[in-house]
Design a binder for this molecule. Structure first.
Ligand SMILES: Nc1nc2c(ncn2[C@@H]2O[C@H](COP(=O)(O)OP(=O)(O)OP(=O)(O)O)[C@@H](O)[C@H]2O)c(=O)[nH]1
Length: 324
């Protein structure tokens, strides 16, 4: 590491399934093209990382089983200490930190702005990714909880770049309504960029937008108010899942109750015994092949609110008992 220069840091924030990892992968491609060595810190809700196959050849530190902004904020410091020690032999050019979908990026920022990290790292941008297709639903007092609304508000106010992602799933009129709502919540119009699958000009993505010493009074309020309010979000893990035809899985995911906001993991296809990665977000499920070199077992992680209820239990029972 050049002792005179700080490592640039990009913090990726945004609600569950909004597209943070999609943006991160795009940024990593850019680093690769420029011969840069990136460090990645991923914070996952749930005890298992089911997205490791996406970062196979990269150095990734995973902070599982908690949320950076609460229970494992100390772990983040420890991870940063390890990174600093390791940089002696393996210098990093850039560091990416992806928070869970229910993290307040201010808490990550806080760690980086304390000694000794402040002298070694420089926050370049807090990139908040927003799911345009569900934005107004998440803001609706009828369809969402006050905690979800508050969390997304925090992510918007803290964001130095607001990526309005998933615009392919809605029309222009709805996009304009969403933008108006973001501005009303406190987002700065000049920071909003519309995109699909995180496809944004690299100059914008990598631009330095965060000023370390310029405290925004609105942000200060949020730190004081922050009450670990995301305990309302829960994650459940299903294992030992029988294999099924892909159509049956599709049907099962489609039938998930609406309080399941996100799902990810691996499922096994009946005919071929092939493991596929699935992503469930914005009420849609997609399946992708994973390299056979990644030894995995089938596992389903569901994330949402109030998951311990009869409807979910019943729905999961169908799957686990093989009666799809
Ligand atoms: N249609 C559509 N799908 C998208 C877009 N961006 C991402 N996705 C899909 O949405 C799903 C979730 O994307 P991720 O990038 O994993 O979202 P995330 O914010 O990292 O999700 P968490 O793990 O919950 O924090 C994946 O299946 C993506 O392929 C988009 O612009 N349009």
């Amino acid at each position: 590491m050049n002792i005179n220069s700080k490592i640039p840091v990009y913090i990726l924030s945004g609600f569950l399934g909004s597209g943070k990892t999609t943006v991160l992968i795009k940024m990593l491609e850019h680093c690769k093209a420029n011969g840069q060595n990136p460090g990645i810190i991923l914070n996952e809700l749930g005890q298992e990382n089911v997205e490791g196959h996406l970062f196979e050849d990269k150095k990734v530190v995973e902070l599982l089983n908690g949320c950076i902004c609460c229970t494992i904020q100390d772990d983040l410091k420890e991870t940063m200490n390890d990174l600093v020690a390791e940089m002696e032999s393996n210098p990093l050019d850039v560091l990416f930190i992806e928070g869970t979908g229910v993290a307040n990026p201010l808490e990550i920022q806080e760690v980086l702005l304390t000694d000794p990290y402040m002298n070694q790292f420089e926050i370049m941008s807090i990139i908040t990714v927003l799911d345009a297709s569900h934005f107004r639903e998440y803001q609706s007092i009828f369809a969402s909880s006050s905690e979800v609304r508050k969390l997304i508000k925090e992510q918007i106010i803290c964001g130095s770049l607001l990526l309005l992602n998933k615009t392919d799933l809605i029309g222009q009129e709805e996009i304009q309504k969403v933008i108006r709502k973001i501005i009303q919540i406190g987002g700065d119009e000049s920071n909003i960029i519309q995109c699909k699958f995180g496809q944004v000009d690299n100059d914008l993505l990598f631009e330095k937008r965060f000023q370390s010493f310029m405290m925004n009074p609105q942000n200060t309020d949020i730190v004081q108010e922050h009450e670990h309010h995301h305990s309302f979000i829960q994650a459940i893990k299903l294992e030992d899942i029988p294999s099924f035809p892909i159509k049956s899985y599709e049907k099962w995911f489609k039938g998930l109750p609406s309080n399941v906001l996100r799902g990810k993991g691996y499922i096994e296809i009946e005919q071929t015994k092939e493991l596929l990665n699935f992503q469930y977000a914005s009420n849609k499920v997609t399946f992708t092949k994973i390299p056979t070199s990644v030894p995995k077992k089938s596992i389903i992680i569901l994330i949402g609110t109030d998951l311990n209820n009869e409807a979910i239990n019943e729905h999961c029972k169908y799957l686990l008992e093989g009666i799809l």
